[in-house]
Write a protein that binds this ligand. Structure first.
Ligand SMILES: [Zn+2]
Length: 303
């Protein structure tokens, strides 16, 4: 239905409620993705079967989404033990963890510290994003893990299948973590890699400036070096390693164009205005162009 005028036009412009609406799709034997269906504030969720345990990667936002993901996990696990890990602390990825309190929950140390420091503030911030978001956050509880790991990796033996949790520290957040299945060559990348979505720079100084575009580029190089055959982005369609290259090329361009303007004495507001227009035009089919401005401010402040 197309409504160009009248009240329906306004209703149509409202984003859909951030609800996990997909069902698990098997992308390789025993490896499933609950697709985000390109709904804002819904992540791609991973479900990885081993002989003994089933690993869940991200939960969606709030108790309702967490329960939905839990139901998928229970059905696939069929009595096997559940393990939950999160790609990073952001609400739409991990704030459904309360549905997994009886599972084994594993975060990296930086992610837990970031959750403790910022979790409640992010609940407050996300509640301002509209009624549909606030509704999903109703009754949300932040959940500590059963296990944390220090260092840059942690191996989970699921029974006949290894899942490697890997972190390179600060990039999109302080504690970004990917899940790498070396045998199957599958990478769950979290928000380090999006598909047809402008990279998310959560640069909100002075409250939260823990994003580092330069380090992010180095991390993307590390992810490319894994040569994954299948890449599950934080948001958007599942693809191959070209997804990583596309993000790396975009962030490189964003950095270089911002630095060039800064060096030429172009102020931050003017640089934002110019690059917002230019980069939107470069990728007219990408969503969330509002993140361009945050990325420009980030690189301009560091130029
Ligand atoms: Zn994120």
């Amino acid at each position: 239905m197309v409504c160009e005028t009248g009240p329906m036009a306004e209703i149509d412009e409202q984003p859909p409620a951030p609800v996990v609406g997909g069902a698990p799709r098997e992308i390789a034997e025993g490896v499933h993705v609950v697709p985000d269906l390109r709904v804002p504030l819904v992540p791609n969720v991973g479900l990885v079967e081993g002989r003994d345990r089933l690993l869940v990667v991200d939960t969606g936002m709030g108790p309702g989404n967490g329960a939905r993901v839990r139901a998928f996990a229970d059905e696939l696990a069929d009595g096997r033990e559940l393990v939950l890990t999160l790609t990073h602390f952001h609400p739409e990825h991990g704030f459904g963890a309360q549905a997994f309190r009886d599972a084994t929950i594993v975060y990296n140390a930086a992610q837990l510290e970031e959750l403790h420091e910022k979790g409640q503030a992010y609940v407050g911030m996300f509640r301002t994003f509209g009624e549909a978001v606030a509704e999903q956050l109703e009754g949300v509880e932040l959940v500590d893990p059963d296990e944390t790991y220090a260092g840059d990796s942690h191996e989970l033996d699921l029974g006949g299948r290894i899942a490697e949790l890997r972190t390179w520290g600060l990039a999109h957040t302080r504690g970004d973590q990917v899940v790498w299945l070396p045998e199957e060559s599958i990478l769950f990348a979290g928000d380090l890699v999006e598909e047809r979505c402008f990279p998310i720079f959560p640069y909100f100084p002075p409250d939260d400036a823990d994003v580092d575009g330069e380090r992010w580029l180095r991390v993307l190089e590390q992810l490319e070096a894994l040569e994954p055959e299948i890449v599950v982005p934080g948001h958007g369609d599942v693809g191959d390693s070209s997804l990583i290259a596309t993000v790396r090329e975009f962030i490189t361009l964003l950095r270089d164009e911002t630095r060039a303007r800064s060096a030429a004495g172009v102020g931050v507001e003017e640089a934002v205005a110019q690059l917002d227009e230019e980069l939107r035009a470069l990728h007219p089919d990408w969503v969330q162009p509002e993140w361009i401005a945050f990325g420009v401010r980030h690189f301009h402040d560091r130029a």
